[in-house]
Design a protein around this ligand. Structure first.
Ligand SMILES: Nc1ncnc2c1ncn2[C@@H]1O[C@H](COP(=O)(O)OP(=O)(O)OP(=O)(O)O)[C@@H](O)[C@H]1O
Length: 797
């Protein structure tokens, strides 16, 4: 019998209206047995409940928290009050009856002892056979031949249940039909009554015994096999006759049992061991098959799995009915059954219709098949395939075009962004160059522009410069923590990139110069702060109040990222208005010529320069910077040091009162004799005459003596020049010191060399003299020896 499709099969398929072959998962049903009378009498309760058609739920009456699953889902679950007919109709019928269509099928029951396997399988077998006979009646156009065989595996021995001879049967491996049982009785059924008779013989022959858990416990695995061969009556006696042949196996497994629970001893215990061992092998096979047939599947480890091999992942349709005992004391066994069922539902079988052909029919069929394949080879791709291929290609082209469009869009967007950024950066660079150039003599501007070309270079140079200048008392870049005379802390923030350069959204941008640190005579340093912010028109707003006292929180709104609050930095009243006007004028000037700009512009220039560098090289987060200006490179450099107000407040050298409140701006003194910025009494700190003017102006609010911005500009310009001169002077000094040092070193070297040379000469002169003396000495010695020998010869003669 082979799984060959032929005319007969095709006809049969049409007749049935369904496909007869294919892969499918094993059907897994779970049946819960009702509590027996005995169990009810013992006041046992059921912990299991079928909550719907597919899920069985474990109700934990002990409220255990074992972490094990409580709900299990299968193809179908049946409550205790469900009849066997319902179980049969609920899936097993379809599988069992595929045998009449030439497909092997297997129904087996699995579960612990006394869970209702035999009860279920007896019913299913009866219903199936009844339905088969019913089917035969309905399909009189076909002739059916039914054969019945029965065997049991008892203590790993195969026995024929239809024979009184209890001699163990041998198992043989047939290359075509798999495992066959030698000499197994196969009865051809005459009718339904004949089958009933045979079934009763099997029941009588089967090994059963009484255990504590089951009065009539099956002690063996029973396999009832019904083979059906059918062929169309019209072809009978003809050459092209084909036959469908398949078997349905009804397998009633022996139940797993615990010796402690079944109280089995002696023979029962031995039976139990064999049962458990073979069930263990079955479980292992199922688990392996459920994981996807990787590697070797150990079918041959037990006779049960050898016989059931086609049903487990082979050429068969399979249904497993897992039976459960509801009793609490069997919960663990029930869980094991459900675990087995869970693995089994992952196992796939591949059932094929089994068609038996006569030799002539087989030859004819093979010839036809050959002709078909040859024609396929000659015309590998039909016109229909071409059209399909073209359509597929078109779809691919369309998809790729769409992708290209999308990518082009993204590229254009990215390009425009890059251009915008470049434009903004260019503007920024110009602004920063202007800012820097305002601090430089014209002659040095060229250098600066050259340096500006590379941002990283500029930063590197600026950083190195700042490193060098940290110890320099005249540098601008003295950190607040150092003991320099003062340090400038620049804080800036840009909520929109380069807004101040483009003039757009300038109110989102604000810069602040804060915390000018001054060494007090007593060694204490103080911090003062003022902020310079841009208003909506790009105008800078200066912070001092009319009374000269500035609240730092008002002056540094940018620390909170709120540009709008910087507008409040102006003192209220007429003074504030005047300042505002003055500032406008200054800013407009500063925009055209940074060198002639106001101090605010100067600061802005510094900040702007810093901003360009840092916005590109670092994130736009709020920074508190220490600025340093390099006259050589024209770079204003800043370093992140003490960024938060919190840290400033905690700075030991900054008295509370002076840091945040009661700001005073005494006038600065700057002149040729003082190379660095200084102030008269340095009570608190500030750096500009402008502030002083403001201070004086605050004494007479509303007065016409508004602080002169020009004065401040001039002052700062002078400061910058002075600082620059000072830098040059210092550098020249340090260079000359260097040269002197180096010439000293050279002199020392020459002296040492001379000394060594003289010693060498002396050594060589003395050496040659030594050799001469030694020679003379040797000569004298030889002469004296000769004389001695001569005198001795003379004496002897
Ligand atoms: N669904 C059911 N409804 C009513 N009674 C049932 C049901 N299932 C089983 N029983 C009864 O429970 C008892 C044990 O059933 P059965 O012998 O079928 O169990 P088993 O699983 O085959 O046990 P073993 O593995 O020991 O052979 C029997 O008396 C049977 O009549």
């Amino acid at each position: 019998m082979g799984a060959i499709g032929g005319e007969e099969l095709m006809k049969w398929e049409k007749m049935q209206g369904t496909a007869l072959s294919g892969e499918e998962k094993i059907l897994v049903l779970v049946r819960l047995r009702p509590l027996s009378e005995k169990e009810i009498a013992r006041n046992e309760a059921s912990d299991w409940e079928c909550i719907n058609e597919t899920t069985i739920f474990y109700r934990n009456s002990f409220q255990e928290t074992s972490g094990l699953p409580t709900a299990y889902t299968f193809d179908k679950v049946f409550r205790g009050d469900c009849t066997t007919r319902e179980v049969y109709e609920g899936g097993t019928k379809d599988i069992a009856l595929s045998v009449v269509r030439g497909i092997n099928s297997t129904i087996f029951a699995y579960g612990q002892t006394s869970s209702g396997k035999t009860y279920t399988m007896n019913g299913i077998t009866e219903y199936t056979v009844a339905d088969i006979y019913d089917y035969m009646k309905k399909h009189e156009e076909r002739s059916f031949v039914l054969k019945f065989s029965a065997m049991e595996i008892y203590n790993e021995v195969v026995r024929d249940l239809l024979s009184s001879d209890s001699t163990p049967l041998r198992m043989l491996d047939d290359p075509e039909n798999g495992t066959i049982i030698e000499k197994l009785t196969e009865e051809t059924l005459l009718d339904w009554d004949h089958l009933k008779e045979l079934l009763s013989i099997c029941e009588a022959q089967r090994q059963t015994g009484e255990t504590y858990l089951n009065k009539a416990s099956s002690r063996s695995h029973q396999i009832l096999r019904l083979t059906i061969e059918s062929s169309a009556r019209e072809f009978i006696g003809k050459e092209n006759k084909t036959t469908l042949a398949a078997s349905v196996n009804f397998v009633d497994l022996a139940g797993s049992e615990r010796a402690s629970q079944a109280l089995s001893v002696g023979q029962r215990l031995k039976e139990g061991c064999h049962i458990n061992r073979s069930l263990l092998t079955l479980g292992t096979v199922i688990r392996k098959l459920g994981m996807g047939r990787h590697g070797h599947v150990n079918y041959r480890d037990s006779k049960l799995t050898r016989i059931l091999q086609p049903a487990l992942g082979g050429n068969a349709r399979t249904a497993i009915v897992c039976t459960l005992s509801p009793v609490q004391s069997h919960t663990e066994q029930s869980r094991n059954t459900l675990l087995f069922a869970s693995c089994a539902k992952e196992v796939t079988t591949n059932a094929q219709a089994n068609v038996v052909m006569s030799d002539k029919a087989l030859v004819k069929h093979l010839q036809k098949e050959l002709a078909r394949l040859e024609s396929e080879i000659r015309t590998p791709i039909t016109a229909c395939d071409h059209v399909a291929l073209l359509r597929k290609k078109d779809q691919q082209i369309e998809k790729l075009e769409n992708e290209m469009r999308e990518l082009t869009k993204q590229r254009n967007l990215a390009q425009s962004r890059v251009e915008d950024l470049l434009q903004m950066f260019g503007n920024d660079k110009i602004s920063s160059q202007r800012g820097a150039s305002s601090l430089l003599p014209k002659s040095l501007e060229g250098n600066m522009f050259g340096d500006e070309c590379s941002v990283s270079d500029s930063i590197a140079k600026a950083e190195s410069y700042n490193r060098d200048s940290e110890s320099d008392a005249t540098s601008y870049a003295i950190p607040a923590q150092c003991s320099g005379n003062f340090g400038l802390h620049y804080r800036h923030q840009r909520s929109k990139n380069f807004a101040f350069v483009t003039g757009e959204d300038s109110d989102d941008f604000c810069k602040e110069v804060q915390c000018i640190e001054v060494d007090e005579p007593g060694g204490n340093r103080t911090f003062e702060s003022f902020s310079l912010s841009n208003n909506e028109n790009g105008e800078r707003i200066s912070p001092p109040s009319s009374n000269g006292h500035v609240d730092h929180r008002e002056l540094s709104p940018l620390s909170h990222g709120q540009a709008s609050s910087t507008r409040n930095c102006f003192p209220h009243g007429p003074l504030g208005q005047k300042m505002h006007d003055k500032q406008k004028t200054t800013d407009s000037l500063a925009r055209f010529h940074p060198l002639d700009s106001s101090p605010c512009a100067l600061s802005t220039s510094i900040s702007g320069s810093i901003n360009v560098k840092l916005t590109r090289s670092r994130s736009s987060r709020e920074n508190l910077m220490i600025g340093s200006f390099s006259p050589e490179s024209g770079i204003v450099e800043q370093r992140e040091t003490t960024p938060t107000d919190e840290q400033e407040r905690d700075f030991p050298g900054s008295p509370e009162g002076l840091q945040r409140k009661h700001w005073k701006y005494p006038p600065l003194i700057y002149g040729k004799t003082r190379p660095k910025l200084s102030r008269n009494n340095s009570q608190s700190s500030n750096c500009s005459a402008f502030m002083d003017e403001l201070k004086s102006g605050s004494n007479a609010p509303g007065d016409e003596d508004i602080p002169s911005v020009d004065t401040f500009v001039a002052g700062l310009k002078e400061m910058a020049k002075l600082e620059y001169d000072n830098q040059l002077h210092n550098q020249r000094n340090s260079m000359s010191i260097n040269i002197i040092d180096r010439s000293n070193h050279l002199e020392k070297l020459v002296f040492i060399l001379n000394f060594v040379l003289i010693r060498c000469i002396l050594i060589s002169v003395l050496g040659s003299r030594f050799w001469e003396v030694e020679k003379e000495y040797k000569k004298c010695r030889i002469g004296s020896y000769a004389r001695l020998i001569g005198s001795s010869f003379r004496l002897a003669s």
